[in-house]
Design a protein around this ligand. Sequence first.
Ligand SMILES: [Zn+2]
Length: 236
Amino acid sequence: MSGAAGAPGRIGAPGALWHPSPNHGDRRDGLRPGLVVLHHTAMQSAEAALERLCDATFEAPVSAHYLIAEDGRLWQLVDERARAWHAGAGSWGGRGDVNSRSIGIELANPAPNPYAEPQMARLEALLRGILARWRIPPEGVIAHSDMAPGRKTDPGPKFDWRRLARQGLSVWPDAQAAAEGDLAEDLARIGYPSDDMALALQAFRLRFRPWARGGESAADRIAARDIAARFAAGRG
Ligand SMILES: [Zn+2]
């Protein structure tokens, strides 16, 4: 085990390189993480992103709990108990201050490139640990684009959500599902912000049906009904 991973009392991934960022605070109102928000860096290199995520002098300082390079290197920047600054404005399941409710993971990707195999494998191992430590269900793993429709598009249409879902690390619509529901109602039940239906549908498609074009379709309604029925946000 690497010495860099040994910050005493830190809660996080055992194999991560500890590279602390000053850009964090306390979770508000005693909140605990119930979500994991996935991002891409949209920067030229993982090293450049690492620098930005630890820069307190940047005009709008940001951070994340983790950064994963394309080659699978994993850095932890913020203790999982603390509030990292990755989510910004937005909401999920009708609740704001997503930073206080989540763990943020940045995937190094100049975007919109496909995600590399070593990076995906490292992400999956990391998610397994986080979901177990905080008892987060698979539907708690969301995209930045999910909670900030119209404002954010990461991790983007090339991210393989189905692969995560097959391992119980996220959710994916059942191809056999056939029942249609009310789309606006189901998107809200899944967790999407409900103030702008067109943007919510755009975000839903980016995540689950990135090939879809045009207006609302039966396929959208079926996929949303299936996810909402099995994984409504905030249940329990
Ligand atoms: Zn993001």
